[in-house]
Design a protein around this ligand. Structure first.
Ligand SMILES: Cc1cc2nc3c(=O)[nH]c(=O)nc-3n(C[C@H](O)[C@H](O)[C@H](O)COP(=O)(O)O)c2cc1C
Length: 180
């Protein structure tokens, strides 16, 4: 049986031009039987709408830690119920916020509050990826036990070739399945 079947997965989406590929990741997770809750950062919402992810997952996509429709706290509920947290794409800024232990939006708050496996799929322009600050942040989050998938070398959104392209959705979902 698919390890994703019936599992609750948080799909975090950060502010990268690769955010449109989160729709494919959401579709694959849902097709594998996972219950997917998408959580978008403010940056992500400049690239993809919560509506797209709500439609693909069949569950409301979340953005606001202060929106308490049922009176409960979404960051704690999601943190407790998630079998895994996947962030695809993970921006340089998100990596910095995670490395600092920030809880300044719903996604970072729930990651801090959860002990579920965290899988990050970075996507950025090569100079952002290779900058010592980003590499230091990557080492820090690896030290927390977070796993990284990619980035890969190939054509980037800027038109350049380089290292920084988000891993393809199929490999990301495979890596997530193996972590469960
Ligand atoms: C057109 C455009 C494309 C961008 N692409 C990326 C990207 O691929 N990776 C990245 O780390 N930042 C990228 N950025 C910068 C982020 O969107 C910015 O750092 C943002 O604050 C990230 O917010 P977050 O923490 O919500 O992800 C891009 C910005 C613009 C305007």
């Amino acid at each position: 049986m698919d390890p994703l079947r019936g599992r609750h997965i948080v799909l975090g989406v950060a502010g990268s031009v690769a955010a449109y590929k989160a729709a494919d990741v959401a579709r694959r997770l849902t097709a594998a039987g996972a219950q997917v809750t998408a959580v978008l950062t403010a940056g992500a919402q400049r690239f993809i709408t919560p509506l797209t992810l709500t439609a693909l997952t069949g569950r409301p996509a979340l953005t606001d830690p202060f929106d308490l429709p049922s009176g409960s706290m979404p960051h704690l509920d999601l943190a407790k119920n998630a079998a895994a947290i996947l962030v695809a794409p993970a921006s340089a800024n998100l990596l910095a916020r995670l490395a600092a232990g920030s809880a300044d939006d719903l996604l970072t708050s729930l990651i801090l509050a959860s002990r579920a496996p965290v899988i990050l799929a970075p996507a950025m322009h090569e100079p952002m990826w290779t900058h010592p600050a980003t590499q230091r942040n990557v080492e820090t989050v690896r030290g927390f036990g977070y796993r990284l998938v990619g980035p890969e070398r190939g054509p980037l959104a800027s038109g350049d070739q380089g290292l920084g392209r988000m891993a393809d959705p199929e490999s990301i979902v495979d890596a997530l399945s193996r972590s469960l």
